[in-house]
Design a protein around this ligand. Structure first.
Ligand code: AMP
Length: 217
């Protein structure tokens, strides 16, 4: 089974993919994670990808396709995959069909986790972390028990991650609408697309996706 999760940054694709991986025994394949591994390994691919990622832009299609193709080549031919963050352009969607065809496979289900931009901005811009121990907080959903003091280590300094800055998030949302959302009709035409409401509680979204998979759409 090849399942694709499509959704803007902050829609919860990564969390859903992790939960489904455990429940379905499928492999969670996140291009964002694979690219971050390449950056950590200081590979030449990682160095190229880093510049794009830091500015909230997509890495070139060729790079994204290469990391996915390489990863799949290493897996067993009958591995089930949950793709998170790939494909992100129509060209990548077409390349994915080609990679799968070579392995005698095809995309089974595509789930769009639909979430409004205002909700995403609130989720992503509200995040901050203790500068001392890294414990994560959110200004609306998870404040320290005592304002300005870290629950875990008592630290009093907090910081906002660079990729959670408002301008970068706006750029990433803009890229989602201009580059990634246009692939939804590609899958809708094939009768593979289902939409879930990403504004519901995480657990409810997981249940909804599981039902879709069990009922076969
Ligand atoms: P993510 O962890 O999925 O939010 O991805 C983080 C960043 O990695 C994105 O903002 C892109 O710069 C890059 N990236 C991840 N997947 C892709 C992809 N399929 N195509 C192009 N860029 C990607």
């Amino acid at each position: 089974m090849i399942m694709i999760l499509i959704g803007p940054p902050g829609s919860g694709k990564g969390t859903q993919a992790q939960r489904l991986e455990q429940r379905l025994g499928a492999v969670h394949l996140s291009t964002g994670n694979l690219l971050r591994d390449e950056i950590a390994a200081k590979s030449s691919l990682g160095k190229t990808a880093e510049t794009f990622m830091n500015s909230g832009q997509l890495v070139p299609d060729q790079i994204a396709v290469e990391v996915v193709a390489e990863h799949m080549k290493r897996g067993e031919p009958d591995t089930d995959y949950i793709l998170d963050g790939f494909p992100r352009t129509t060209n990548q969607a077409e390349e994915l069909d080609r990679i799968l065809e070579e392995r005698g496979l095809e995309v089974g289900t595509v789930v769009e986790i639909h979430t409004n931009d205002e909700v995403l901005m609130e989720r992503l811009t509200g995040r901050f972390a203790c500068a001392n121990c890294g414990e994560g907080y959110h200004k609306s959903f998870k404040r320290p028990k005592s304002d300005g003091v870290c629950d875990k280590c008592g630290g009093v300094e907090f910081e906002v991650r660079s990729d959670d800055r408002e301008e970068t998030i706006r750029d990433r949302l803009g890229v989602y609408h201009s580059e990634t959302a246009p692939i939804l009709p590609y899958y809708a035409k094939k009768g593979l697309l289902v939409r879930v409401d990403g504004e519901k509680a995480m657990g409810d979204v997981t249940k909804e996706i599981e039902t879709i998979l069990i009922d076969g759409r």
